[in-house]
Design a protein around this ligand. Structure first.
Ligand SMILES: Nc1ncnc2c1ncn2[C@@H]1O[C@H](COP(=O)(O)OP(=O)(O)OP(=O)(O)O)[C@@H](O)[C@H]1O
Ligand SMILES: [Mg+2]
Length: 293
């Protein structure tokens, strides 16, 4: 892989000895597709990186959306290891970590985003569930990998696929805190109860799992009253059930899919946008306000 301008290989970050962490580790979870997990993982991570926190996104989804949002097309990156290679045992986790990019890899003018790294996924991760199923310690695989770099980052966000399968169990075991990511609506909010039940089951069945549903993030909140009758009701209900766990909401914005299509974090694509500001607020609420030097 040819290095883009400003590319700082992770090995060099390690060698620089600049201290970070130990990281707080979050998993973005919802068993439904399209709940805003990837959008939130990438944009919280990008905001925290701007605020001076060394941040890693772990893309464990065969759709590779987080990798794409960070400028990469992992299946076209010859010779660049990804998480599937780690599963196969042919690459180390550290070697899957590359700098996140402010634009498409290889395009003119694309540079690396300071402080932001991503562990790349691959479409071949479709097989991850089957491959993990036969392993000894199958629920702890991801924890082992992530713990090996916890001391090199301030914040690690695991972007999960839209199910509660074995990889997501791995993410729940690996993280300190689960963020339940939902779009507004009754059906969507019921997902939170299932996530809590799943975490309870995991804690009951496995040793040493301390993660819990620490935060609820509502994304794609309607910006007009006329769109919002069901939303208003469901918002009240989620806010009363999850009071202190509620993160600031992220408003609906057409700039979000546009930013994804441009393979750019929101703060780079639409710096002054409402949704961009919302993600700054969420990042601060998670405890990653601008770092004092
Ligand atoms: N605040 C928002 N305003 C408008 N569109 C949004 C917003 N948040 C997310 N979206 C759009 O909703 C879709 C789903 O978002 P995203 O990919 O983040 O969900 P996901 O939970 O990661 O889905 P999957 O489970 O398939 O990985 C995307 O097209 C995204 O651009
Ligand atoms: Mg996703």
């Amino acid at each position: 892989m040819t290095l883009p301008p400003g590319f700082i290989p992770f090995s060099q970050v390690l060698a620089s000895g600049v201290p970070a962490g130990p990281a707080r580790i979050f998993a973005m979870v919802n068993q439904s597709g399209g709940a805003g997990k990837t959008t939130s993982a990438v944009n919280i991570a990008a905001s925290a990186a701007e605020y001076g926190w060394r941040t890693l996104i772990v893309d464990g989804d065969a759709q590779c959306d987080a990798s794409v949002a960070c400028g990469y097309e992992p299946d076209l990156m010859d010779g660049q290891p990804n998480l599937h290679d780690v599963l196969l045992g042919v690459a180390s986790f550290e070697n899957t970590i590359v700098p996140a990019l402010a634009g498409k890899y290889g395009a003119k003018g694309t540079v690396a985003i300071e402080n932001l790294y991503i562990s790349l996924a691959s479409a071949e991760l479709e097989d991850a569930e089957q491959m993990l199923a036969t392993r000894v310690g199958r629920e702890y695989w991801l924890r082992g990998l992530i713990e090996s770099v916890r001391g090199q980052f301030d914040l690690i966000i695991i972007d999960c696929p839209g199910n509660l399968g074995l990889y997501v169990v791995n993410a729940i075991v690996a993280c300190d805190e689960v963020i339940g990511c939902v779009k507004p609506g009754w059906k969507e909010l019921r997902a939170l109860t299932r996530i809590e039940l799943k975490i309870e089951q995991i804690q009951g069945a496995l040793v040493g799992v301390k993660s819990y549903l620490s935060k609820v993030l509502v994304v794609d909140a309607p910006t007009h009253r006329s769109q919002g009758a069901v939303y208003d009701d469901s918002k009240k209900s989620v806010a009363s059930a999850y009071k202190d766990q509620m993160l600031p909401m992220v408003r609906r914005s057409p700039r979000i899919p546009e930013a994804y299509a441009a393979q750019k974090a929101l703060r780079i694509f639409d710096r002054a946008g409402e949704a961009t500001q919302d993600y700054y607020d969420v990042t601060k609420a998670l405890g990653f306000a601008r770092r004092k030097r």
